[in-house]
Structures are given as C-alpha cells and as structure tokens.
Design a protein around this ligand. Structure first.
Ligand code: URA
Length: 272
C-alpha cells in the first residue's frame, strides 16, 4: 500500500482533526512499530506499519461498503436537524466518511448501500447505467386493465416527465382493496415509484426496495440492521457500475440529471 501521513491515516479512521491528533501524539499516546511517535507528519505504510493509539491498534480501511435495511423514519442523509440519519445507524463503521448511494424517502424501507467510494456511487447512480431497482409495493386502488401496456410504453408523470419502460408483477390482490406488487425500474427519478403509481391512478401505502443491480436485501436483516458487503458483492457492484447501458452501448446524448443524486458533489447531501 502507498505511504501516507500518519495524521491523515488517523484522521480518516475517525481520530479527530489534525490539531487533535497532534495533541494526542504530543502526549505520547501514538506509537508506530512499538516506538512512541510525536511527529504526525511522518509517512507510514498502513499495510506494513503497526500503529497504536492508547495501546489499541488502528486498522486502516480505505473503502467501506455496507448494506443497510433502511427503516422508516430515518433520512437518507449524513446529517439532519430533525430526524435520525442512515449513516448514524452504522454504529461500528470503520470509517466516518460514509454516505448513502442515492436516497429512499423517509417512509420507504429497504436496501440502501452506504460507502465512502464516490466513484462507485457515481457509476451506480448514473442515468446512463440503468441499474435495475426492484421495489415491493403495496398500493391502494385498482390498477387499470392495460397497466402492463402503459408501463412497457413508459408513463408520463404529473409534471410531464417520461419514465423508461418498467416491469410489474402482481403478488397478491387483497379483498381490502390493497394490492402487493413487485416493480422493476431502470432509473431513479425523485419519488419515482410513488409518482408512477399516481400516474396509474393508485396510491402507494408501503414501499420497500429489495434490490439494486446485483445487490439484494437479505431476508435476515431486520429494518435498521446492516452488514458489510462481501468481496464478491463489491466485485459485482463494480462490474454493474462499469458495464455499459442495457443495449451494450453507452446511452447516447447528454447525461440526464436524476433526482436520486447522480452528480458527484450532491452525493453526500442527499435528503430523503
Ligand atoms: N421511489 C419513491 O417514490 N420513493 C422512494 O423512496 C424510492 C423510489
């Protein structure tokens, strides 16, 4: 691994600001390979050097990836004045610079990827990539007879926005007027699922994302629970992010801005 400054390594691992780390080192609380180290601008190799703070080893992780089953009542953001945030749920995160890849509404549950890998996030959210997202949806109201035809042709949302073709399969039609469906979409516009059902004359009463590209929500993860991604999952996501569009060709034309947050500077400031 490449060498890096000791204060940068400790800072990235949540050790505080450069000044705070300097203070720690001044007090003799930092050691490198068994020697107390007071110079925080010295270079270290995280793969080779053994770095301890207060006698506890600091393991260095450059990239972190977590799969969260987002509960309702939590916003897809790093900070919020009113509500708990998804990053706040990852209590034992290796790194403190995680952010959600896209967003789910505050009342939506399900699969949310959290990472500090901005390039991967950007790839997965790019409207050019058409990464599939599957949602379990409970709707109120009857779907029109020709809903499959309408979805396949693409819908026109209330503001005139057109959606890409989407697929729907009915799971259960209740006597209570509620219908459970699975909906697969290939883009991520603002409140897209809710607006699509509105265009079909129905109302979403429950929404849960169950997959994003090759990544699926584990049945075993209760809302609010999370786990690190496996190396195989990280590999599959990277492959999905670097793959070309569905036809094998990169989608032609200007990159469309998605409301889900494909533009790099916005990735860490998502609102649910
Ligand atoms: N579509 C919505 O309407 N809401 C979400 O949270 C995700 C997709």
């Amino acid at each position: 691994m490449a060498q890096m400054r000791l204060d940068r390594l400790l800072g990235e691992m949540g050790g505080g600001t450069r000044t705070q780390i300097k203070e720690l080192a001044k007090k003799g609380r930092v050691s490198v390979n068994g020697q107390v180290e007071k110079k925080t601008d010295r270079k270290v190799d995280p793969a080779v050097d053994k770095i301890l703070v207060d006698g506890r080893q600091v393991a260095y992780t450059r990239w972190s990836y977590y799969l969260l089953n987002k509960p309702q009542g939590v916003v897809s953001a790093r900070t919020d004045d009113r509500y708990p945030t998804v990053t706040g749920l990852i209590r034992d995160a290796d790194r403190k610079d995680l952010f959600p890849v896209g967003r789910l509404d505050i009342d939506t549950e399900g699969l949310l990827l959290l990472t500090n890998d901005g390039d991967l996030a950007h790839q997965l959210l790019s409207p050019r990539k058409h990464v599939d997202k599957v949602y379990f949806v409970t709707i109120e109201g009857r779907l029109p007879e020709d809903h499959q035809k309408q979805l396949a042709a693409g819908l026109t949302l209330e503001d005139g926005t057109r959606t890409l073709p989407a697929e729907l399969s009915i799971q259960r039609e209740g006597a209570d007027g509620m219908t459970d469906v699975l909906l697969t979409i290939h883009e991520g516009k603002f409140h897209q699922v809710k607006r699509m059902f509105e265009a079909l004359g129905c109302r979403v009463v429950y929404l849960k994302r169950i997959s994003m590209g090759p990544l699926a929500l584990d049945e075993g993860l209760a809302p609010g629970q999370y786990r690190p991604l496996t190396p195989a999952e990280i590999g599959m996501l990277k492959a999905a992010g670097t793959a070309k569009g569905p036809s094998g060709a990169v989608f032609a034309g200007k990159e469309e801005r998605t409301e889900e947050g494909a533009k790099r500077p916005d990735l860490r400031r998502e609102r649910g």
